[in-house]
Design a protein around this ligand. Structure first.
Ligand SMILES: NC(=O)c1ccc[n+]([C@@H]2O[C@H](COP(=O)([O-])OP(=O)(O)OC[C@H]3O[C@@H](n4cnc5c(N)ncnc54)[C@H](O)[C@@H]3O)[C@@H](O)[C@H]2O)c1
Length: 292
């Protein structure tokens, strides 16, 4: 599949991460910041991220400037009109994502593939917002997008097989590993990972042990690179809350309901690393585990 230019809607941790990953692979990217305002902070964020790679001798100065020259950040969705692929990566809420797809359909070319990076939401339900459903697909990258190897590919009953095959080939060509999965809430990874994370939150809530102890136990006892609460903070507790709610809405298993502590942190906007507070306090180095 010949993908020369990719549009990315949303400039959060996943949106910017995917843009950087693709630009590092020589693909031109246009990122759209959907909350308006100044894009310079996002530009600075990307520059710093690439500079860290130069400092660690992972990329050269020339690769850094080539990558930056391939990345555009704007607030104008119309800038995506000539993209071959557009990946939506905004907040994990069905109505907001559907609104974006409906707008995109009237902007992009006939050949443009539309994809969502949703963690759990149904791709078929998202596709009800568009007329040409055969070009919409789920492409689930993982966090951080520049590092994590997996991309879940989620076709709907409408998606053309040719599109799926082309995307699988393209994902391999950018150094990632595709896994095609049925359109069911949570796909593979979050169907299995979310119950584990929310069980860890419930264990913390019930006083089984402290935040640091639960994380240490899973790191040292199971050889996981991160503990479940540290991982929840890294994903973002807003995303974890929505993943849990979406899974419960689909499967109606009581175990999948968001634990009260997760809901409290979500409504308090203490949503993990990106907000500075979550299960850990990120104002210190290393972050301090909190007591609940
Ligand atoms: N965080 C993860 O580990 C992870 C991994 C894979 C996929 N995802 C999925 O990627 C998507 C983005 O997640 P993220 O972690 O980058 O979140 P984030 O909070 O870092 O970014 C969310 C983005 O949505 C934008 N936004 C907020 N309100 C909006 C609105 N009303 N309309 C349009 N845009 C709005 C924000 O400006 C921001 O750019 C979600 O669907 C999430 O489920 C997240």
């Amino acid at each position: 599949m010949n993908i020369k230019q990719v549009g990315i809607v949303g400039t959060g941790q996943m949106g910017l991460g995917m843009a950087q990953l693709l630009a590092q692979q020589g693909i031109k990217t246009i990122s759209v910041k959907m909350t308006g305002g100044d894009v310079s902070t996002k530009q600075t964020q990307v520059e710093k991220s690439l500079q860290r790679l130069v400092d660690r001798e992972k990329i050269t100065e020339e690769q850094r400037s080539n990558t930056l020259s391939l990345m555009t950040i704007t607030v104008d969705l119309h800038a995506l009109r000539n993209c071959d692929l557009v990946i939506e990566s905004i907040v994990e809420e069905m109505d907001k994502k559907q609104e974006i797809f409906s707008q995109l359909e009237s902007i992009v070319n006939d050949h443009t593939i539309l994809a969502s990076n949703t963690s759990t939401l149904g791709i078929t339900e998202l596709s009800t917002a568009v007329t040409r459903k055969e070009r919409l697909v789920g492409l689930h990258f993982f966090n951080p997008a520049t590092v994590m190897k997996l991309v879940e590919v989620i076709p709907t009953l409408h998606t053309q097989q040719e599109t799926v095959d082309g995307l699988v080939e393209w994902i391999n060509s950018i150094g990632k590993t595709p896994v095609v999965v049925k359109d069911e809430t949570g796909f593979i990874v979050n169907r299995l990972l979310t119950p584990y994370i929310i069980d860890a939150i419930r264990s913390c809530e019930r006083g089984l042990s402290g935040v640091a102890e639960i994380d240490t136990a899973m790191k040292l006892g199971c050889n996981h690179p991160m503990g479940p609460l540290e991982l929840a903070d890294y994903i973002g507790l807003d995303i974890v809350y929505h993943m849990s709610s979406n899974l419960y809405d689909t499967f109606k298993e009581p175990r999948l309901t968001p634990p009260p502590l997760l809901k409290t942190l979500f409504v308090a906007e203490q949503i993990g690393k990106k907000s500075g507070l979550g299960f850990y306090d990120y104002s210190t180095t290393p972050p301090t585990p909190r007591s609940f």
